[in-house]
Design a protein around this ligand. Structure first.
Ligand SMILES: O=c1ccn([C@H]2C[C@H](O)[C@@H](CO)O2)c(=O)[nH]1
Ligand SMILES: [Zn+2]
Length: 128
């Protein structure tokens, strides 16, 4: 059974490493692979704003770069009162790299969470 609460705690903890000198908006994520390995991510901004990468994509790219493709769950947390809503770019990446995962969206401290799926986040998403 997936310990969703623990995964959310890891996503919340990952927020502390966010590099956010421009937005000051911290986001954290934690991807869980089927073998139990976990990959955290945070958002990393850049003075050339478009080069910024979101926490969700950092976590998933870390997992894939370590050869872990069977992602069973992805938790995302951000400095908001209500569960964070991932951006469109991340929805596209989540659909392709973690299409079967349960996605758990959280607020800043895990006190408000919602569960969803990649297909629910991006209906009719682009696929090749
Ligand atoms: O789902 C999201 C939405 C935004 N951000 C980041 C990008 C940027 O650093 C900051 C403000 O958009 O939040 C994420 O990491 N994930
Ligand atoms: Zn994003």
């Amino acid at each position: 059974m997936i310990d969703e609460k623990r995964l959310v705690e890891k996503a919340v903890a990952a927020m502390k490493n966010a590099y956010v000198p421009y937005s000051r908006f911290r986001v954290g994520a934690c991807a869980l692979a089927s073998d139990g390995s976990e990959f955290t991510g945070c958002n990393i901004e850049n003075a050339s704003y478009g080069l910024t990468i979101c926490a969700e994509r950092v976590a998933l790219y870390k997992a894939y770069s370590e050869g872990k493709r069977d992602i069973v769950a992805l938790a995302v947390a951000a400095e908001v009162e209500e569960p964070v809503s991932p951006c469109g770019a991340c929805r596209q990446v989540i659909l392709e790299l973690a299409g079967n995962a349960v996605v758990i969206l959280s607020n800043r401290d895990g006190s408000r969470v919602m569960r969803t799926t990649p297909g629910e986040l991006l209906p009719y998403g682009f696929k090749l």
